[in-house]
Design a protein around this ligand. Structure first.
Ligand SMILES: Cc1cc2nc3c(=O)[nH]c(=O)nc-3n(C[C@H](O)[C@H](O)[C@H](O)COP(=O)(O)OP(=O)(O)OC[C@H]3O[C@@H](n4cnc5c(N)ncnc54)[C@H](O)[C@@H]3O)c2cc1C
Ligand code: SF4
Ligand code: SF4
Length: 1019
């Protein structure tokens, strides 16, 4: 399971990294904390900067970071800090959007050790979990019982139960399920003085019995809660808006409603009157009242079936008008997408095809999802909705006779229906297209989160949107409107440049006026993401002075010295939280790359644009089993923030803006701890919503490192692997025998740092080029395509079999094939190792050699995926001219070539009933070319199980490097688990590195490439 902690790669004696820097702040404090904590204590500069950001626009460097192993550790930290007046901040995945998970405090990161599902009770439908448990992991554990934790925040595969409690999180299906608070049965907590206690349901009577305003902290808390219920219930009930979703301020309306037997906020029914659940008071408290160390949560059944309708509108205002009538149909979700996002999605390769489903004239959509017991019931619900809201549509089913008639004029122009999972996923994909597009801007103007989750009653949405647009216009900016229209929560991220004073004024002015608007319309400034640094300042305006003072009183009772995440939700008299303070970027922000870049960064607004692109969402912290994709294998292997893309790019930004040591990012330590562990898989370039390209940044910075400090012998060796292989081939079999000389590998590890336990490639005396030259060209080549097969280093000198297979398959499709023998390598190893001038010279040479072929109508076909991607994309970063663009556009991976031109359709294959497990190469996945081989293999007759796998961990030379071998193994272990879970009879993988790694599985053979399998199956 994902909660299991794989062996830490640093336990290998050869590793030289420990995820930290050597300069430790406040060593005496560290020593003291280490005495009271069995977990890890990190106050080094890297760790502190890594925990200075979350998914918000804020940045606050913490005092230090502690990874507690137990409640006892939390008590130790809390008692120590309380005695010295040091603030403490509990933290989960750090995916908060309002800045509530950064503070000048000792950060307690629960995700490292306190991340277990302790117990699942399917009968009681409860789970007992530690706060660092990721929600996706919890759901994995619950799946066999057909149960789930119902609140479904969009980032639930990266965010934790502690964070869900802290922010009172919920997601697209809040109409059905409400927020986290109603699922909290009981919590173990550490209070501000270090007391451990449990909060759960108590009768109001018992609450009064346990209350003592002069007693210990716990008794004082009971007294304060009893006082609020007695003296302030009316004020609270009046001041809180009646919304399904409001997470601003403390959860007092829930408390009051429970005690008085009223309906819960948003209309949910109460089980028992005259009882309150103090655990639920912690929901949405953003770590400011107590630290949760364990939670018992109630669970819901996984719905049997889902049905989706996508209603299309001429404009956003029509869509907003339609939300309230749609709610009469009792949907589980109603999600909006506006014209700004639909237009942006149309222009992207990923979402463009999805938008093609939309009827012409669609400028806004509402996605409506229903849950049902069986398929037919779901279809009938959709039919009822369409009969009422889009009568021109012709649904697949008949509605029930009693479907709701709203008597409101229908506004939807057309509707799409989706019932099977693939269709539903397509429609949800369109809805979710917004964020990545908005967040990929590399300019100083960014779509910022600061009023991104306002909530209003759904019937006020049309007026709200219209008046919000006026506010934005008056500040000379714009935003898109998307997300949870059903409960009235819209995501709105205005385009603002906070590096300018004008931007700061916009930030404050827009937030101020937006608050006035939501107050007027009976809404809330936060319906989803919490107060944090962005919205705490508006709580007084939202709730009024009296409730604000209740907040202060409650906070002071729980936390007399205001040490728990101070400044969030409520602030003390005279110390206001201002949304313009502590921004990551501001007018004073300084950044200097301090070197001339070599690569082409034009589309990225320079190196700076790329380094500042990460918005901190934590998307690179998702596990393979829950998030899938490629990003980020090193985090998945180590679960260390510094090994995530976010960690790396944050460290790089801090190095370049002067927050770290002046030597960084070109110090040995920085290269070892931050850059060296990035395996250059390019996963982030595709899977990160902002498309942060860490592999490219690494190549650039490593190049500069070489300029300043020189390169190691091993790096030069790997960068020149073409020369090494040519020599190896020329002297084979002698060269191959060297490996088995006694002590040979030991010596190689000692001298060059090449891991002794890794099998080295075997060199062939007769190269692929030799073979091709010696053969006769068949005469029956009738296809209208001609292909130069590129003899890449590995294929040519070590594995001619794949090249031969490619030639045979292509010729079977009638393609004329040529293999020029003087091309050399593509420059991939030099590029990856940061020898960019050398890579550029190699690229130039290859462009010069291949251009005449291309001009003569030949295509270029590559065998090794990483070489293919080098030519197709990385060359464009090295060179800018027409010839390089022409080469990139005419270069294909071999299966891509077959698939793209359907060349395989003219070939007869004789395939048995063998089922294949396919592991694609990460560079192919990063360039969306992974599906080609699967398509061709399937058409040839194979049943294929394509793994949603990441990088294999070998990553060119990375797995051969002695100090990185254990990290490589840890990454490989993830792939091995996936292969084991697949029902394929045979594994197939196109990449040489991947096949070496897959061969390392116990008892496994080296997998073939897809092209070899296809050649073997030629009829
Ligand atoms: C792309 C994206 C999409 C998102 N979508 C949603 C969404 O659909 N719905 C939604 O609600 N949110 C959403 N969020 C916001 C965020 O992911 C959620 O609020 C999430 O639940 C936070 O969890 P976390 O583990 O990252 O918590 P963190 O950010 O680490 O912490 C959140 C708060 O909880 C407190 N906290 C953490 N652990 C504890 C503990 N043990 N005891 C007490 N307090 C604690 C922290 O101090 C902090 O104030 C989204 C964020 C992003 C970046
Ligand atoms: S690197 Fe990308 S996925 Fe990771 S935190 Fe930054 S923006 Fe999010
Ligand atoms: S290139 Fe790969 S290893 Fe490096 S940061 Fe990106 S996803 Fe992680």
């Amino acid at each position: 399971m994902a909660t299991e902690r794989r062996e830490d790669p640093t336990t290998d004696r050869r590793t030289e990294y420990d995820y930290t820097s050597d300069d430790v702040d406040r060593p005496a404090l560290v020593a003291d904390l280490e005495r009271v904590v069995s977990g890890d204590v990190r106050f080094d500069s890297y760790s502190r900067e890594l925990y200075a950001t979350d998914a918000s626009p804020y940045e606050v460097t913490p005092v230090g970071v502690v990874f507690p192993r137990s409640t006892g550790d939390v008590v130790g930290v809390m008692e120590y800090c309380a005695a010295r007046g040091i603030p403490v901040l509990p933290r989960g995945g750090g995916t908060s959007l309002a800045g509530q998970s950064v503070n000048r405090a000792v950060v307690l990161d629960f995700t490292r050790y306190m991340n277990d599902v302790l117990e699942v009770d399917p009968n009681e439908r409860t789970a007992t979990v530690q706060p660092g448990t990721v929600l996706g992991t919890l759901d994995e554990r619950l799946a066999p019982h057909d149960l789930k934790f119902a609140p479904d925040p969009a980032w639930g595969d990266k965010s934790t139960i502690g964070g869900a409690i802290g922010n009172n999180s919920t997601g697209a299906h809040s109409l059905q399920y409400g927020k986290t608070d109603v699922y909290l049965e009981e919590c173990e907590v550490v209070l501000a003085d270090g007391t451990v206690t449990r909060f759960g349901e108590v009768s109001v009577e018992e609450l009064r019995t346990r209350a003592d305003p002069n007693g210990d902290l716990e008794a004082r808390i009971y007294a304060e809660v009893a006082r609020i219920l007695e003296e302030e219930a009316g004020t609270v009930a009046e001041a809180y808006p009646d919304l399904k979703r409001n997470v601003s301020g403390y959860n007092l309306d829930q408390l009051v409603a429970e005690a008085h037997g009223d309906l819960l906020p948003g209309g949910e029914q109460i089980d028992e009157a005259e009882t309150v659940n103090l655990a639920r008071l912690l929901a949405g408290s953003e770590g400011t009242l107590a630290i949760v160390t364990e939670a018992i949560v109630s669970l819901e059944s996984v719905p049997e079936t889902k049905a989706v309708a996508l209603l299309c509108y001429a404009d956003l205002h029509d869509a907003m008008e339609d939300v309230a009538p749609i709610l009469a149909h009792d949907p589980a979700a109603v999600e909006v997408l506006d014209d700004v996002l639909i237009d942006l999605a149309r222009g992207t390769s990923e979402f463009g095809p999805v938008t093609e489903m939309l009827p012409e004239g669609t400028n806004a959509t509402l996605l409506v999802e229903f849950y049902a017991e069986e398929d037919e019931a779901g279809q009938k619900k959709v039919a009822g909705l369409l009969a009422d809201r889009c009568p021109t549509a012709e649904p697949v089913a008949e509605p029930r006779d009693d479907f709701p008639h709203t008597d409101v004029d229908p506004l939807a122009t057309e509707a799409l229906e989706a019932y099977d999972e693939a269709e539903r996923t397509q429609l949800w994909k369109l809805r979710k297209s917004g964020l990545p597009i908005l967040l990929s801007r590399t300019t100083d103007e960014k779509h910022l989160a600061f009023i991104e989750d306002t909530a209003v009653p759904p019937e006020s949405l049309p007026e709200f949107v219209e008046r919000f647009e006026d506010i934005l216009e008056s500040y000379d900016t714009y935003a898109s409107f998307y997300a949870h229209a059903g409960p009235g929560v819209l995501h709105i991220r205005p385009l603002v440049n906070v590096k300018s004073e004008v931007g700061l004024d916009q930030l404050h002015g827009i937030a101020d006026e937006a608050t006035d608007l939501v107050v007027e319309l009976g809404g809330s400034v936060s319906g989803e993401h919490g107060d944090g640094r962005a919205r705490t300042q508006w709580n007084e305006k939202l709730y009024g002075k009296q409730v604000w003072e209740i907040f202060r009183s409650l906070k002071t009772t729980f936390d007399p010295d205001w040490l728990l995440n101070p400044g969030q939700v409520v602030y003390p008299e005279g110390e206001p939280t201002d949304l313009r303070e502590n921004l990551r970027f501001g007018p004073e922000y300084d950044f200097d790359t301090d070197f001339e870049s070599v690569l082409n960064w034009e589309n990225d607004n320079g190196v700076q644009g790329m380094v500042e692109l990460c918005h901190g969402c934590g998307g690179c912290r998702g596990e393979q089993s829950t998030t899938g994709g490629v990003m980020c294998p090193t985090f998945r292997a180590s679960r260390e923030e510094i090994t995530s893309t976010r960690g790396r790019v944050n460290a790089l930004r801090n190095a370049m803006n002067g927050n770290l040591d002046s030597d960084d990012p070109f110090s040995d330590e920085f290269v070892e701890e931050v850059l060296g562990l990035c395996i250059g898989c390019k996963g982030c370039a595709i899977d990160c919503p902002s498309e942060v390209d860490m592999a490219k940044l690494k190549a650039e910075v490593t190049h500069e490192y070489h300029q300043r400090n020189g390169a190691s012998l091993r790096d030069k060796f790997f960068a020149n692997v073409e020369t090494v292989s040519r020599l190896g081939s020329a002297t084979a079999p002698l060269s191959n025998a060297l490996e088995s000389l006694p002590g040979g590998r030991w010596l190689l590890e000692r001298t060059l740092g090449i891991a002794a336990d890794r099998p080295l490639p075997t060199f062939r005396r007769k190269t692929f080029c030799d073979w091709f030259e010696a053969r006769e060209t068949p005469s029956n080549l009738t296809a209208d395509r001609k292909a130069v097969v590129y003899p890449d280093t590995y294929t040519n000198y070590s594995h001619p079999k794949a090249g031969k297979a490619a030639v045979r398959v292509l010729e079977s499709a009638g393609v004329e094939v040529a293999v020029p023998d003087r091309l050399g390598d593509t420059g991939r190893p030099a590029f990856s190792k940061g020898f960019l001038e050398y890579a550029r010279e190699t690229a130039k040479k290859n462009v010069a050699a291949l251009t005449p072929w291309i001009e003569d109508g030949w295509d270029v076909v590559m065998i090794e995926p990483s070489d293919a991607v080098m030519v197709q994309t990385d060359y464009l970063d090295l060179l800018s001219n027409e010839a390089i663009e022409q080469l990139a556009a005419n270069a294909y991976g071999v299966c891509e070539y077959l698939d793209r031109f359907r060349l395989d359709e003219s070939i007869r294959f004789d395939v048995g009933d063998e089922r294949l497990t396919y592991h694609g190469h990460c560079h192919q996945k990063a360039t969306r070319k992974d599906h080609h081989a699967v398509g061709v293999l399937r058409r040839a007759g194979y049943a294929v199980d394509p793994l949603d796998s990441g990088c294999c961990g070998m990553a060119g030379s990375f797995g051969y490097e002695a100090e990185h071998a254990s990290m490589s193994d840890a990454i490989a272990a993830i792939l091995y688990e996936q292969v084991k879970a697949s029902d394929g009879d045979q594994v197939v993988a196109p990449g040489a590195s991947c096949r070496t790694q897959l061969e390392g599985r116990p008892g496994a053979e080296r997998p073939p490439t897809p092209i070899e399998l296809l050649a073997a199956a030629l009829a």
